[in-house]
Design a protein around this ligand. Structure first.
Ligand SMILES: C[S@@+](CC[C@H](N)C(=O)[O-])C[C@H]1O[C@@H](n2cnc3c(N)ncnc32)[C@H](O)[C@@H]1O
Length: 284
């Protein structure tokens, strides 16, 4: 499988993601709304959600009367999406290589959408071309992806405390490497979409606040849980517990909490966030 390490990573992360689905949905609500506005789903549309996770966009598009299909590389995510949206068809497959016409027979898709599910492909040009082959002429591609780590403190605040203790120290990601910020360079993203046959590409900067204080609390525990469930968090626990014991690990976790508390804005964890909102059309 082309994206085996990503399949492993997301399978390991799935339980934590699903448990915290309500937090992700609250914090990412502005992005969800912006995707829906551009997708503009209608009754009768057939919609494919790429890297559907636990099914947020599937639920929103189904509520608009669309027929919804999800694809996700992690079984735990797909199972959660099926529970959340019983009317959806959800397949466990690699969206880069899956033969979608065979995996989910039916008319070609009118919309191909994704909230942060398209940045993990080893070969993004092949992946976007594969998605386009399953799309109807005139179909719309709509997705959100992160801009650079420097513009998104969600990737560093608190996580840095754990990363500093990893051995070997983590290398900063190569620009463009598969991962959350693979498409930080909008010029590269535009070229990839053109090379994979999508037309009329628009890439708009969209800034919002990841507001972890959505329920009136300070959001520290919510953000901490996400950090510990992320790749660095899981790796840090795996390395540090044998080295410093459970009590030592608890003190490190307390340092992460302190770091988050030092950066509260208006009494809660509120992080500025920078994404690209991308739309394109299948010309053929
Ligand atoms: C950041 S999560 C986003 C989940 C969901 N879209 C949401 O916003 O809640 C990324 C998702 O993409 C999935 N994914 C990663 N690589 C994939 C691939 N090659 N094919 C299909 N899904 C993939 C992961 O399993 C994960 O569910």
């Amino acid at each position: 499988m082309a994206n085996e390490s990503m399949r492993q990573n997301w399978s390991d992360a799935a339980d934590g993601w699903v448990e915290n689905e309500a937090v992700y949905d609250a914090v990412l609500a502005p992005v969800t709304a912006a995707i829906l506005e551009r997708s503009d789903p209608r009754a009768g549309h057939r919609v494919l959600d790429v890297g559907c996770g636990s099914g947020t966009l599937l639920a929103k598009h189904a509520a608009a009367g669309a027929e919804v299909v999800g694809i996700d590389i992690a079984e735990g995510m797909a199972a959660a999406a099926r529970r959340r949206v019983p009317g959806a068809t959800v397949v466990v497959a690699d969206a880069q290589t899956a033969d979608l016409v065979d995996a989910v027979p039916g008319p070609p898709f009118d919309r191909v959408v994704s909230r942060f599910g398209v940045m993990f492909f080893e070969d993004p040009e092949a992946a976007f071309a594969n998605l386009r082959r399953a799309a109807a002429p005139g179909a719309r591609l709509v997705f959100a992806c992160w801009r650079s780590e420097a513009e998104n403190p969600i990737f560093s605040l608190g996580t840095d405390v754990l990363a500093a203790r990893l051995d070997p120290a983590p290398e900063p990601p190569e620009p463009g490497a598969p991962g959350p910020t693979a498409f930080a360079d909008a010029g590269r993203l535009e070229s990839l979409l053109a090379a994979s046959g999508w037309g009329r590409t628009r890439i708009d900067a969209f800034d919002f606040v990841c507001d972890f204080g959505f329920d009136g609390a300070d959001g520290v525990e919510e953000r901490l849980t996400m950090i510990l469930n992320g790749r660095t968090g899981r790796l840090a626990e795996e390395q540090l517990v044998p080295r410093i014991g459970v009590d030592g690990w608890e003190s490190v976790v307390e340092e992460v909490r302190d770091e988050l508390r030092r950066h509260l804005v208006g009494g809660a964890v509120r992080l500025p966030a920078a994404v690209w909102l991308v739309t394109a059309v299948n010309p053929a």
